[in-house]
Design a binder for this molecule. Sequence first.
Ligand SMILES: CC(C)(COP(=O)(O)OP(=O)(O)OC[C@H]1O[C@@H](n2cnc3c(N)ncnc32)[C@H](O)[C@@H]1OP(=O)(O)O)[C@@H](O)C(=O)NCCC(=O)NCCS
Length: 331
Amino acid sequence: MRLLKNFSFRRARLSDYYAVTQKLRIVRNDWDYLPGVYNEFVASPGRMGFVALNGNSEIVGAHFGIIVDNGQTLCKRAARVKENLQGQGIFTRLSEVMDEEVRRHGMIKWEVKTCAWANAERVRNGYIQRANFKELYAMESYDMYLKVSDILPVRETSFSNIRPMTHQDLWNIFNDEGICEKFFPRGRVPSFWVPLRPVEDNLKHLINCRTHIFMSCKSHAKFDPDSKPLGTIKASDISMMSLLFCYTTESGFVYNTDLHGQDFSDLESHLKFHLHRLQNVGHESVRWTIMFDSSHKDVIEERIGHCLKEYGVSLTQKVKSKQDVYFEKML
Ligand SMILES: CC(C)(COP(=O)(O)OP(=O)(O)OC[C@H]1O[C@@H](n2cnc3c(N)ncnc32)[C@H](O)[C@@H]1OP(=O)(O)O)[C@@H](O)C(=O)NCCC(=O)NCCS
């Protein structure tokens, strides 16, 4: 590894927006999420960005972090280094600079990161041993690039058992260890590629203006809008949840759905609900990403494909990005 003496490192600023999201365009993909969330990543509480500069003060690398789990976990994400400078340790140094900054908070116990399949393979082959990471779990990931007007209409009655969850509904699940384990057997609730622990502080990361969770109930406890107001559903009655997070990109709207279940009897209702919803997001060009724990693949993949086909959508999984892999290390 070459010496990094020609580079300097500092906190990312709002004014670096163009340099980071446009000039440092290494993700060859107009569906990149960073332009849509850059300001949030740089200036929201508990979030931070760092940039690397060359001798001419041009930004050549960037890396971001978010502190979750009651201030105990740092999730590192959105790393990018200018193509002709990769492999020289710039990313590694950006990561160290972030560590130095968060060490001052003194409370951070864990570091987590999520890599798409291609990077995860690279990380698995060496880096995780050196850096002492362990693999938490993998999620299957399916990307469908859709023209919304091509999707066949979905009848609203086909998903009348789906309701948005409140913080209280989710908190009821987190508070019941047995049920929480059934939904999230890895002990983490992934949202926007951050593996969150089921703690109260994370409710705000799971249900907010960008992210939502929808639930369905076991048949004996079907929602009855007349007699059962929202919020009275018992955690044990919930059969399935779908987590949603969205953002806009230069190419269109990205609509991500993560599926979690105790049983998957309501799978089709959730899919139809999201199909209907994405027909009404106000964008013609949509990338719909469906994700679920890889251990469910044999149980639900075929059913998802079959259900989407009815509406003219084919379930597609790219080899390069077929899984998102979540890693964690104790600091
Ligand atoms: C990934 C990237 C940021 C690495 O930057 P870099 O300056 O070349 O990296 P370094 O020289 O410091 O070395 C990277 C080391 O960190 C490891 N690593 C740790 N976390 C990683 C991650 N999230 N992604 C890729 N590599 C990672 C690599 O395995 C590598 O070790 P290795 O050489 O033993 O494989 C750069 O290649 C890049 O911009 N790629 C395109 C964008 C991208 O894929 N970003 C990652 C999103 S998860």
